[in-house]
Design a protein around this ligand. Structure first.
Ligand SMILES: NC(=O)c1ccc[n+]([C@@H]2O[C@H](COP(=O)([O-])OP(=O)(O)OC[C@H]3O[C@@H](n4cnc5c(N)ncnc54)[C@H](OP(=O)(O)O)[C@@H]3O)[C@@H](O)[C@H]2O)c1
Length: 305
């Protein structure tokens, strides 16, 4: 299978490169904005592709003729989307129109990444059949992307996910595990909300779900997250426990006190039975995920010394 990946410099994108490069059954074309930032360069090709540029899509899709596109690239920072809705619309909605136009002539299959932020968080954990009602610009933009793809007539799998964590190289943004571990190791007190609930997702598990969806030619919506839902406070406590860090540094706050620019859904979390059943998705527990992160951080540290 010829797989075109967008956003290969991002957290999920990097995991997909490591998962697919050199794979005997697949040929991978990784793309992202600008230069390839990964140390690994063998076993796949790389092209620069800005998803907001129609000529980039036409050139890369026309030359490579992928069987499937795994579309991870997006404006993913929820508060930045709130502060700059025009940029969010361009990267998360208009870019989807360009992707669809580039795929129409070849009926290319698409695996699209969406989010728990399509829900209002009043009644999590959610099933695929539950009614979306986004509270933020980011959530609305990802839902509009879903709708455009569903109306396109192309074969599309929509994988919604939640709070992705993991280790990767030179990321443009951090994630909950690295952020909490880093702050607590420095002895910095941190404010953590105790009224938002999420199912944290190991980036490797999500990458595997994308590959399963591509290989099985899945279509429709799938909820793909970690197996359990915790409050963010419980989650950070587990991070502190795992690395034996000082939990007295954690200050429990409400979302109202934290007053983040974009509104967050209070209680999401997913019921992942459909992904287990139809994709064969088997996520790690949060503790197993932390153990994997620990191993990768030690390996990366070993390389730098
Ligand atoms: N992370 C989460 O917690 C989470 C939760 C729910 C859903 N999702 C969805 O999952 C997908 C993957 O997320 P992630 O965590 O891997 O995000 P990420 O680490 O922010 O990666 C996104 C990548 O997209 C690239 N990108 C942004 N604009 C681009 C453009 N115009 N052209 C080409 N590339 C562009 C970014 O490039 P730069 O590195 O150069 O900025 C970045 O490498 C996204 O679609 C996101 O909406 C993520």
């Amino acid at each position: 299978m010829k797989i075109l990946l967008t956003g290969s410099n991002g957290l999920l994108g990097q995991k997909l490169v490591y998962r697919l490069a050199g794979n005997a059954s697949h040929r991978l074309m990784a793309t992202s904005r600008g230069e390839n930032r990964l140390r690994k360069t063998e076993g796949y090709q790389y092209r620069s592709l800005d998803i907001t540029q129609a000529p980039d899509w036409e050139r890369v899709v026309g030359d490579f003729r992928p069987d499937v596109i795994i579309h991870t690239a997006a404006m993913t920072h929820v508060d930045r989307c709130h502060e700059n809705p025009a940029a969010c619309e361009e990267q998360n909605v208009k870019a989807l129109e360009l992707l669809i136009a580039a795929c129409q002539p070849y009926q290319t299959r698409i695996v699209y990444l969406s989010t728990d932020f399509v829900f209002d968080g009043k009644a999590g954990p959610y099933r695929e059949s539950d009614q979306p009602y986004p509270l933020s610009i980011y959530g609305s933009s990802k839902l509009k992307g879903e709708e455009l793809l569903q109306q396109s007539g192309l074969p599309v799998a929509i994988l919604r996910t939640i709070l992705v964590y993991g280790v990767a190289e030179e990321l443009s943004r951090s994630n909950i595990v690295l952020w909490a571990k880093g702050a607590l190791q420095k002895g910095a007190p941190i404010q953590v909300v105790d009224d938002q609930y999420r199912s944290p997702t190991l980036a490797e598990d999500l990458a595997e779900a994308c590959v399963l969806a591509a290989e099985k030619k899945a279509t429709g919506v799938f909820h793909v997250s970690g197996p359990r839902t915790f409050s963010i406070f419980e989650l950070v406590e587990q991070i502190a426990d795992f690395w034996k860090l000082d939990k007295d540094l954690l200050k429990r706050v409400s979302s109202e006190t934290l007053n983040q620019p974009a509104k967050r859904p209070p209680r999401t979390g997913f019921i992942i039975d459909k992904a287990r059943r139809e994709l064969g998705y088997r996520p790690h527990s949060f503790r197993e995920g932390l153990a994997m992160v620990d191993k990768q951080l030690k390996a990366a540290h070993g390389q730098q010394v």
